[in-house]
Every structure is written in structure tokens, then in C-alpha cells.
Design a protein around this ligand. Structure first.
Ligand code: FAD
Length: 339
């Protein structure tokens, strides 16, 4: 049986959230296919890693534990992943769309001639009929993502090559323990067979890690401002509302491009994906490129002068009004009622 592979990325000695999200999705895909979920961890000091991965549904944990894999280097990682895929022939291989995944997943797919869909927003199993040949395919990976500038949602399939490979950004999929932990059986990768001396040509002499100061991904409440905030000065209102609610500040791309706030706050297709409990969209029209990054929020409130703005279609509460009037009122009433 050709199983589902999930690449496990290590971040400062811990498993990256995106890998646990992919493992959650991977076990769902594997269940639909009636196959196993296999995690692949390449790093250093990985003893015991299988316990956590088993909780997320990893039946098998492939491990290559050596200092050559830490910190990440493209060539040895690519060599081991390609070798293991050729050895085990998974039908699906998933990677985080992180700097590491973006760097090495395309190399793996290129070396294996398998194809890769980047930045998927959904993954499902389904059948496919080739319109030209009439040939029918069962149980393919539907690799779903916005395309053509976000104007359509494309479902991409790869009928003829294996593995079917996809990357997914952090925060897009849910991270959930399996109802019953899987076996998490450790299998050591015979990586020395795959890594050549030339794969170790790049040596890391020094690393400077820049602290990411703004990180809105995990915030339970986000107040986001758009171009409708009018100016950088006026964008302060978004911060003021966020402050009283204990929220993080997000933004649309138009607000970022206009210089109202930092890029790290941009929500959407080319920004971060968030799923807070509450998302308040202030002066944001709700174009698909923005909503792709926030439409999984538990509750959405929009404030917009235009009652027909697309954001109203996904908002639980759509306030029709001027941000300059509505936000100060929200601040005032929230302060009054929370005393
Ligand atoms: P606008 O569309 O200009 O909307 C402003 C809204 O404010 C309007 O609805 C208006 O009615 C309202 N308004 C105006 N004045 C007031 C007021 N005083 N009070 C209340 N409401 C008011 N966008 C993103 O956000 N994130 C992305 O990651 C992203 N990626 C993209 C990737 C690609 C490839 C492309 C082509 C585009 C991308 N965009 C992205 C841009 C996206 O298409 C929109 O242009 C952008 O989201 C619009 O931002 P906005 O809603 O703030 O501005």
C-alpha cells in the first residue's frame, strides 16, 4: 500500500506547528485512502519525537538523526527525502510552505519529476475523469488553491506521477490530536546510502536569527484595518480598538501598500492565514485574496460604509457605517461595559 508522507520540520528543537497541522490532514487523507500516515523527521537529537507525532496520527516515524541535518541544509535534506521516497514510494507527500519547505520541496519534486502544488488551502481525496481521453482515475489528491490572482479556486490533480506533492502554509489546516494515538513506530532511515560528499559542500559557519516581533497567527482576537481607514494616522484607531480588546492588529494588503502598517500584519493570500475567535474587519472590502486568509475565523464583524461590500457576505455581523464613528463608539461602549 502506498502511504501518505508528511515531512516534519524542526524549529529550534521543537516540531513546527505546520507539520502537526499537516499530520492531522495527512491522517485524514490516509484514512480516506485506507493507507498509513508516515512522518519523516530529519534533524538532530530527535529521541522521543515519535511520541508527539503518534498523538497526531503518525503510524510510522522515519528518522534520520545526525548533526548533518541540523541546521537545515538543502542538499542533504533533498538527498534523503528523494532516496526515501524512491525506496518507500508514498502516493502523497506533504510539506509546510515555510522557508524550508519552499526551498526543498520543489527540489525533491523536480528530482523525482513528480510535480508540486504550492500553497494549497484544501486537500481532499476524489476521483477524476480526463476530459480528453475519457480515462477515469480513482482516489487522487485534490490540491485546491486560489489561482489566477485569486479569481478562481483551482482543483489541481496529478494523475500520472507519484508522489502527489503539495505544500500548505502554517495556520491553514487545523492541528488536532487523533482520537486514539497511532503506533508511531520508529524506522531509522539508512541515510548514509543517500547523502553524497558533494551534498555536504555547503557549511554553515554562523547563523543570525532575527526575532519576529510581530506574530498575529495565534491571536484569539484580531482587529484588522483596510484602505478604508484612510491614512496612517487614522489607522491608530485600529490599534486603539485592539488595545482595549487585548487583540492583535491585522491589515489588508491595500493598507500595507499604502504604508498604514507593517507587512507582517498583512492577512491573506500573500500574508498570513489566521483563524481567530473574533476578526473585526474595519474598512476592508473583502476581496478573495484577503478573505482566503481569515474566512475560517469563528466570528467575523465588518465595519464598512458600503453595505454591499463582499466582506458582508461572510460577516456574522456587518455594521454599515464610517470607521471614524463606529470604532470610537465600540471603544467607548466596551470600556463602559467591561468595568
Ligand atoms: P479596498 O478594496 O479599497 O476596500 C476599502 C473598503 O473600505 C471598501 O469596501 C470601502 O467601502 C470601505 N471604506 C472606505 N471608507 C470607509 C470608511 N470611512 N469607513 C468604513 N469603510 C470604509 N489583499 C489582502 O488583503 N491580502 C493579501 O494577502 C492579498 N494578496 C493578493 C495577491 C494577489 C496576487 C493579488 C492580485 C491581490 C492581493 N491582495 C491581497 C489585494 C486584494 O485583491 C485587494 O486589493 C485588497 O485586499 C483590498 O484591500 P482593502 O479591502 O483594504 O481595500
Amino acid at each position: 500500500m502506498n502511504n501518505v508522507f508528511v515531512y516534519i520540520e524542526m524549529e529550534g528543537g521543537r516540531i513546527a506547528d505546520v507539520s502537526l497541522e499537516l499530520l492531522t490532514k495527512g491522517r485524514e487523507l490516509a484514512a480516506a485512502l485506507g493507507v498509513k500516515t508516515e512522518a519523516v523527521a530529519l534533524g538532530e537529537s530527535l529521541d522521543g519525537i515519535e511520541k508527539e507525532l503518534a498523538r497526531y496520527g503518525a503510524d510510522t516515524v522515519w528518522v534520520a538523526d545526525d548533526k548533518i541535518f541540523n541546521p537545515f541544509r538543502t542538499l542533504p535534506h533533498t538527498a534523503v527525502m528523494c532516496g526515501l521516497i524512491e525506496q518507500e514510494k508514498p502516493q502523497i507527500a506533504l510539506f509546510g510552505a515555510t522557508p524550508v519547505g519552499r526551498d526543498f520541496a520543489p527540489r525533491v519534486s523536480s528530482a523525482l519529476h513528480s510535480g508540486l502544488t504550492a500553497d494549497c488551502t484544501q486537500l481532499e481525496i476524489g476521483d477524476h475523469k480526463d476530459a480528453k481521453t475519457g480515462r477515469e482515475y480513482k482516489d487522487l489528491l485534490y490540491q485546491i488553491r486560489p489561482a489566477f490572482g485569486g479569481n478562481i479556486i483551482a482543483t489541481i490533480v496529478n494523475p500520472d506521477h507519484r508522489p502527489q506533492m503539495a505544500t500548505v502554509r502554517e495556520g491553514v489546516m487545523r492541528k488536532e490530536y487523533a482520537a486514539v494515538p497511532a503506533a508511531g513506530e520508529v524506522k531509522r532511515i539508512d541515510w548514509q546510502r543517500f547523502v553524497k560528499d558533494t551534498d555536504l559542500a555547503v557549511r554553515i559557519i554562523d547563523r543570525q536569527i532575527e526575532e519576529r516581533r510581530i506574530d498575529i497567527k495565534g491571536a484569539p482576537i484580531i482587529v484588522a484595518g483596510g484602505y478604508g481607514m484612510g491614512s496612517k494616522e487614522n489607522f491608530r484607531l485600529v490599534h486603539e480598538l485592539a488595545d482595549v480588546l487585548g487583540a492583535e492588529v491585522g491589515a489588508s494588503r491595500a493598507a500595507v501598500d499604502a504604508g498604514f502598517t507593517e507587512h507582517a500584519r498583512q492577512v491573506g493570500q500573500t500574508g498570513v492565514t489566521v483563524r481567530p475567535k473574533l476578526y473585526i474587519a474595519c474598512g476592508i472590502s473583502g476581496q478573495i485574496q484577503h478573505t482566503a486568509g481569515m474566512d475560517q475565523s469563528s466570528m467575523i464583524i465588518s465595519i464598512n460604509t458600503d453595505p454591499d461590500a463582499p466582506i458582508a457576505r461572510i460577516a456574522d455581523y456587518a455594521i454599515t457605517g464610517d470607521v471614524n464613528e463606529v470604532i470610537p463608539k465600540m471603544i467607548k461602549y466596551y470600556k463602559q461595559n467591561s468595568k
